[in-house]
Design a protein around this ligand. Structure first.
Ligand code: G4P
Length: 531
């Protein structure tokens, strides 16, 4: 028997990890799963990944480039809490995908490499979190290596992110001199074991002021740590949970993901401070309303669609983030914009080592719904079909290319394949009003490579990308008559997107400015929310 939907939602912690490549996101993910009891030995995630990779050529890119392309979710139950960890792609070309994944997260862990601090991709991802006011927990990783001065790292957070860092721990040294950290709240010292065997624990925490500290720190080190801790507590704001929830402050943890140090403390911090699912704004039949996690009606939104996760099954899975109610397997849900109803008979939940059928789920949970193209990114689902959640935009692509299939007899095939990928939200597809070309838009070059690879492996299509005459795309907004007037006068630069919405395909940004000057009533939009 489950508790009420609101009590169940209150014990959910749905979060994502953001980081610059190589800061340690994968290692931390693995060790969080280990700390949460979801896997027994570090290495399980990777081993499973390797298995999957050998079966799917798409993942080849992931392996060759050493980056994580596909976003996934992992769920684990730990100390009375249910954690849903959303994996976000680390590569910058996938920022749009990442953005959408973050719409499904209630908090984010920002992983910094202690030697490098804030890197370009950290900054970009942070900005996405800030756009959505997602509370951020900071984990300063790789303390077992030579690190920057912690004060400098915290200064950098304050100056580059305009976020108040509030350390909950303070490290004693780094690299070869890394001895552990002091819990600033309890004044207990957590020793770091240098020669730890895989299954051994680090020594238990001890009182910093007691005699036992001498086993871990010499007198100079005690004095240094004591001074630094005092300085940190005197000079930095004390942790204020409310300021954290509002996105003004970040609690800072230190550790070494690789050596499983500080990871239990991070997980504990997430449990204690990260928010449970919240009440969110929505539209019901066009009227503004709010949806609370404990509401009776089951509702949620699709933030990601992934095709062919398992090449043997040609499945397409929509990831639904639940926002309210008690979902039960077999339930019928309606898609708001199409009115289509679907029986969710085989919802999947993703545990570290396996996928399982979800018998029930609550706000904060993410379930995978296998379907044949009925569900698209941005779809709102609910029992009544009347609820709509906002905030899943498409962004104007930065590269537009023409795509051609090598075998002209397969042109029809290509159309279907491109539509499939566009529906997943991987890339965008535009059909110019004149001519028979397909124009594909993406935020970065790597997306084209992924696309070519997937078209070859999943659809047996060899394609060629060629430069297109277009440099930018803008969605057209405004009164119908004004838009139609603009469209009629610019036929050669008009296309439609996958929803048949008109798009201005411009040769340069100068063209857009020029058009915007001449047609002040038409809006040239950089992003579009699905209607
Ligand atoms: P990412 O997902 O953010 O890209 O980073 P990932 O976890 O793959 O880590 C990048 C590299 O940093 C890996 O080394 C990993 O072992 C190492 N690393 C992660 N956390 C720590 C840490 O706390 N301390 C130390 N010393 N290293 C850490 P690699 O050599 O590139 O890969 P591998 O051969 O170890 O898998």
């Amino acid at each position: 028997m489950s508790a009420t939907p609101s009590a169940e939602a209150a014990r959910r912690r749905t979060f994502a990890i953001i980081s610059h490549p190589d800061a340690g996101k994968t290692t931390l993910t693995e060790n969080l799963l280990l700390a949460g009891g979801a896997i027994r030995a570090a290495g399980a995630v990777r081993a499973r990944g390797e298995n999957r990779r050998t079966r799917s050529d798409w993942m080849k890119i992931e392996r060759e480039r050493g980056i994580s392309v596909s976003a996934s979710v992992m769920t684990f139950d730990h100390q009375g809490l249910m954690f849903n960890l959303l994996d976000t792609p680390g590569h910058e070309d996938f920022s749009e995908d990442t953005y959408r994944t973050l719409t499904a997260a209630d908090a984010a862990v920002m992983v910094l490499d202690a030697a490098k601090g804030i890197e370009p991709q950290t900054l970009k991802l942070f900005e996405v979190c800030r756009l959505r006011d997602i509370p951020i927990v900071t984990f300063i990783n790789k303390m077992d290596r030579e690190a920057q001065d912690p004060f400098e790292l915290l200064d950098e957070i304050a100056s580059k992110l305009a976020l108040d860092p509030s350390p909950l721990y303070w490290p004693a040294g780094s690299g070869g001199r890394f001895k552990g950290m002091l819990d600033l709240r309890s004044q207990k010292f957590l020793p770091f074991a240098k020669q730890r065997e895989a299954d051994d624990k680090h020594p238990d925490a001890i009182a910093f002021k007691g005699a036992a500290i001498a086993s871990y720190l010499d007198a100079d080190e005690v004095e240094e740590l004591s001074d630094n801790a005092e300085l940190a507590q005197g000079g930095l704001k004390p942790f204020d949970p409310q300021a954290f929830l509002e996105g003004h402050m970040t609690p800072v943890f230190f550790g070494s993901a690789l050596r499983h140090f500080g990871v239990d403390q991070l997980l504990e911090g997430l449990g204690a401070y990260a928010p449970a699912p919240k009440t969110v704004p929505a539209l019901r039949g066009g009227e503004e309303t709010h949806v609370a996690p404990g509401d009776r009606e089951v509702s949620g939104f699709v933030f990601k669609v992934q095709a062919n996760m398992d090449p043997n099954h040609r499945d397409r899975i929509a990831f639904l983030r639940l926002t309210s109610g008690q979902f039960a397997r077999g339930m019928k849900l309606k898609v708001q914009n199409t009115g289509r109803q679907l029986s969710v008979n085989a919802p999947i939940m993703f545990f570290a080592s396996d996928r399982e059928l979800a018998e029930e789920a609550f706000a904060g949970d993410v379930i995978g719904i296998p379907n044949h193209g009925v569900l698209r990114v941005g779809d709102s689902l609910s029992e009544s079909g009347a609820l709509r959640f906002a905030g899943l935009p498409n962004f104007a692509p930065e590269i537009l290319q023409r795509v051609r299939v090598k075998d002209p007899l397969k042109a029809k095939h290509l159309k279907k394949a491109l539509e499939g990928l566009a529906e997943e939200g991987v890339t965008q597809l535009f059909r110019p009003a004149l001519g028979s070309d397909f124009i594909v838009g993406a935020v970065g070059q790597l997306q084209f490579e992924v696309m070519a690879d997937r078209l070859a492996n999943e659809y047996q299509l060899q394609v060629i990308f060629e430069p297109s005459p277009y440099a930018e795309a803008r969605w057209l907004g405004g009164d119908k008559a004004d838009v139609e007037d603009f469209v009629a006068k610019h036929r050669s630069a008009i296309g439609t997107d996958i929803d048949e919405q008109p798009v201005y395909l411009a040769k340069s940004s100068w063209d857009i400015n020029y058009a915007a000057d001449r047609y002040p009533k038409v809006r040239f939009e950089r992003s579009k929310e699905r209607a």
